[in-house]
Design a protein around this ligand. Sequence first.
Ligand code: NAG
Length: 210
Amino acid sequence: MFAQFLMCLLLVGIEADFYPGGWELVFRALQGNGESVFDAWKTESDNVKAFSEGCDKVYVHPGKHHFRSSLIDEWELLGIEQVKVELYKNKKIATYIVFNGTDSNMFNWFHQSRILTSSWSDLTVGATYNKFSIEGDMTRRFFINKQYGGCPNDLGWMSLLDPGKGHGCDWDTQDSYPAFLHSTDNTAVNWHLGTYDRADIMAIFIKHSN
Ligand SMILES: *[C@@H]1O[C@H](CO)[C@@H](O)[C@H](O)[C@H]1NC(C)=O
């Protein structure tokens, strides 16, 4: 216990946490805590709980709040080569996407033109999307959608539903927010038919070029 506490202090002190492969955790969002993921992502670190109580690890002492590294404010100075988004459920990776982070800013790295690999076989640079952005649409953040066809014909891959107004369809009306919806198929799903799951954590990692 005490050793773990010291470890946390050390990690918080150096504000860096490298995972195998050189990935560094810069953001971690928790489902259902009532806090906007979009606000946590975009707000300068002075104004958010930069560290939740405990380590900046995906699952060690996740606490109650989203975690945001102040590195996000220096995004364009970091020489970022790749950015990885992972959704977790019960401590397992449910889905992931790796983006080309070269010459990106803190918003535009999350775009179809930058996809390198993904757990979804049809999430490719050339696929058809009607939404693909961090800001998303209404309360649908980190939103990757294929088509709007009226609520019963909405197809997509990933939608992090923030608290607030604008939950217009059955599929984006959940019993707590934020809610991290993702297709459990190998491809996009029809949101209305419910072939999706709710993840409990979203983590974003960066990899530097040096
Ligand atoms: C990433 O994007 C840069 C700039 O467009 C490009 O030069 C580089 O080849 C890309 N990297 C990969 C792995 O596709």
